[in-house]
Every structure is written in structure tokens, then in C-alpha cells.
Design a protein around this ligand. Structure first.
Ligand SMILES: O=C(O)CCC(=O)c1ccccc1C(=O)O
Ligand SMILES: [Mg+2]
Length: 369
């Protein structure tokens, strides 16, 4: 497929509200938007989901820059690809650095879909016209703040509420939420804040009828998670531990989880994400699309991925306006009664807001391919 250039733009955007996890608080986002262009005026876009510090995985904005500039671009310059699904194989000699790879691969998928006049969802084999979404609520200053936010988002129609937890902000808080909202689908995300020593505290969550607990144990573990899953009723969902279809296969085999949160960046791109999806479909593991506080381009990619059939649970792809005063796509992603209607325009399905993109761009570099 024709690709004549890759452009890297480094953007700075401010989140509307600070987002707090068991690791700390995020307010500013500094990230890359990638663009793959051909000589017929088609432009495909991708987004890197790495943060400025390596708290979620080992990658950062700076490591992304190094990997893309010094390795991934060269592989594209030296090799022809016929289809975006070949990018994964092309990037294999570079170990890990999945978010860097996904950012480049994503732009190429969007370009391919636009070259063929089809939606990215269709290029991936997705069929859903509508996707259900939930919201992820960071750790709040007080329980009352949390209860108020939960109530607000239930009223807006979000299909499930995810609550970040950590030791000291877990059972008691979730119990208050459950008491006030007895019928709402609720889940918890610990971002690796516990160990097996906390098993009694984690078992207490069983009485709260949670949809799942996401990544309770270490970011690189699938063994202790299997022990935990055997000891509690609440389904375990893995996020940080799954970087590839191979990781997913092993976790399924060990019974480390009953659910997997798929994030395109964490697993190295759309082709790998689809393979995890296919594997989970075969093994009847529910999957949902996670979020990384994306701007519109990354959000659009998530929506396209979530049109695949095994995305059976609501994802973290909430509406743009929950994160940003102004997004970089037109129109912004909107959610009605917890549902996003999938765009039928070619590629990611949203236009780039060129003015906004320019306004948020701090650095720009163009590589000829
Ligand atoms: O709303 C979103 O984009 C997802 C929010 C979220 O939970 C999250 C945000 C940043 C990093 C990791 C996670 C996570 O799923 O663990
Ligand atoms: Mg998570």
C-alpha cells in the first residue's frame, strides 16, 4: 500500500478534571499524534497512549519518540507493506515498546481504510453499529464526591461505573456506592495496588456484586491472579498483565482471569488486539475496550475496535467532553444514554479539527517513507 510520509506531532492538552489512580494524579497530557499520508491526499491518524512517566507500563512519551524516530520509521522506509496487518510482523524485531508501535500502526490502518473508502471498523471486521460504554472514575477527595459523580453518570445513562480503588479506598467506599445504587453495574480497578497478602480484604468485595475487579495484583503477574481468582467469586479482569495474544493465551490457560481489558496501545496495535479478541471469542472470555484518557483520534480507534463481536461488555470510551474542553476531532465523540453510534465515514470516522490540532501541537517532524 502506498505510504509517502509519516508525521509525528507532539501535543499538549489539559484534562478537564484531574484523574487519580492508585499511582498518582494526572492533569496534563503530553502525547503523540501520528499521521501516515499517501500521494493521493489520503491521511491516516493514530495516537500514542504513553504517559510522561512510566507508572502504567515502562513506556513514556520520550521512549516513544526514540523508538519511532530511530527504529520504526526506518523499518517502514526499508520495507514495503501490502496491508496494515503486516506492520506487526515488520515491527517484531523491536522488542515490546507496544505503544510506540501501536501509534504508527494505527495511522497506517486509518490510511488503508481511507484508501479503500471503508470504515476502520469494517477494515478490522467489526460489525456493531452501536457500542455501549461506561465511565472510569478516579479516586475522589471524599466518598460524597464519588457518590455524587456516580449518580451523575448513571443519570447520563452510562452502562457501568468503574471505580478506582487502592488500600484504604476500597471495600468501605464501594459498599457505600452499592448501598446507594443497588442495581447499577459497578466494577473496581486497582491498578496493581494489592498482593496476595490482601486476599481477605479482596474476598470481602464478593458481597458487593461487582461486575469484576480489574488488575488487583502486580502489573506483570498472571500466577498470583490465578490463585486469587480461585479464591474469590468476583470475576478478575486483567489489564496491565496482558501485552500480547500469547500473554492472553497463558492467562486463559492458567485461569488468571475471566475477563480481559483490551487496550490497543498496551498490546502493540490493532492486529494484536484483534488476535486477542479472536482468542477470547474462542475461549468465551468476555472482553471490553479500555481507555488511556485518549484524545479524539485514540478514542475513535477504540470505538472501531469495540465493534468486534466479543466486545461484550461496556468499555471505558466515554464521550470527549468528559475529558476535554475541546477535542481534536470533528464532531467530538458523543454518548447518548450510554451508547455511541459508530460513524460510517471512511477510516476512523471523524475529521481532524485542523485548527485544534495546530493549537495543541508543540513539536512536529515529518519523515519521508
Ligand atoms: O477513561 C479512560 O480513558 C480510562 C481510565 C482508566 O481507568 C485508566 C486511565 C489511565 C491509565 C490506566 C487506566 C486503567 O484502565 O487502568
Ligand atoms: Mg485498568
Amino acid at each position: 500500500m502506498p505510504i509517502t510520509s509519516i508525521t509525528l506531532r507532539r501535543l499538549n492538552m489539559n484534562l478537564k478534571n484531574p484523574f487519580t489512580t492508585s499511582f498518582g494524579t494526572m492533569q496534563d497530557k503530553d502525547f503523540f499524534i501520528t499521521e501516515a499520508a499517501d500521494d493521493r491526499g489520503n491521511r491516516g491518524f493514530g495516537e500514542s497512549v504513553a504517559f510522561t512517566s512510566p507508572w502504567y507500563t515502562e513506556e513514556t512519551v520520550e521512549t516513544n519518540k526514540h523508538m519511532i524516530n530511530d527504529f520504526l520509521i526506518k523499518l517502514l522506509q526499508d520495507n514495503e507493506i501490502r496491508h496494515p496487518s503486516e506492520v506487526r510482523e515488520l515491527f517484531k524485531p523491536i522488542k515490546r515498546n507496544n505503544m510506540a508501535k501501536a501509534a504508527v500502526e494505527g495511522a497506517i490502518w486509518d490510511l488503508y481504510a481511507k484508501q479503500h473508502g471503508i470504515t476502520l471498523a469494517r477494515a478490522l471486521g467489526g460489525t456493531k453499529q452501536k457500542i455501549e460504554v461506561g465511565i472510569s472514575l478516579g479516586i475522589q477527595p471524599t466518598v460524597n464526591d464519588l457518590l455524587e459523580k456516580v449518580g451523575h453518570h448513571i443519570k447520563q445513562g452510562y452502562k457501568r461505573i468503574k471505580i478506582k480503588i487502592k488500600p484504604g479506598w476500597d471495600y468501605d467506599v464501594l459498599k457505600e456506592v452499592r448501598n446507594q445504587f443497588p442495581n447499577t453495574p459497578i466494577m473496581a480497578d486497582a491498578n496493581s495496588a494489592y498482593t496476595l497478602d490482601d486476599i481477605d480484604q479482596l474476598r470481602k468485595l464478593d458481597e458487593l456484586n461487582l461486575m469484576m475487579i480489574e488488575q488487583p495484583l502486580a502489573h506483570d503477574d498472571i500466577v498470583d491472579h490465578a490463585k486469587l481468582q480461585a479464591a474469590i467469586q468476583t470475576p478478575v479482569c486483567l489489564d496491565e498483565s496482558i501485552h500480547s495474544a500469547e500473554d492472553a493465551r497463558k492467562a486463559i490457560e492458567l485461569k488468571s482471569c475471566r475477563i480481559i481489558n483490551v487496550k490497543i496501545g498496551r498490546v502493540g496495535g490493532l492486529a494484536e488486539a484483534k488476535e486477542i479478541h479472536d482468542l477470547c471469542r474462542k475461549n468465551r472470555i468476555d472482553v471490553w475496550c479500555g481507555g488511556m484518557l485518549e484524545a479524539g483520534v485514540g478514542r475513535a480507534h477504540n470505538i472501531a475496535l469495540a465493534t468486534l463481536p466479543q466486545f461484550t461488555l461496556p468499555g471505558d470510551t466515554a464521550g470527549s467532553s468528559l475529558y476535554w474542553k475541546k477535542d481534536i476531532i470533528k464532531p467530538e465523540v458523543t454518548v447518548n444514554d450510554g451508547v455511541i453510534t459508530v460513524s460510517n465515514k471512511p477510516g476512523i470516522g471523524y475529521d481532524i479539527d485542523e485548527q485544534a490540532l495546530k493549537a495543541f501541537t508543540a513539536e512536529k517532524e515529518v519523515f519521508d517513507i
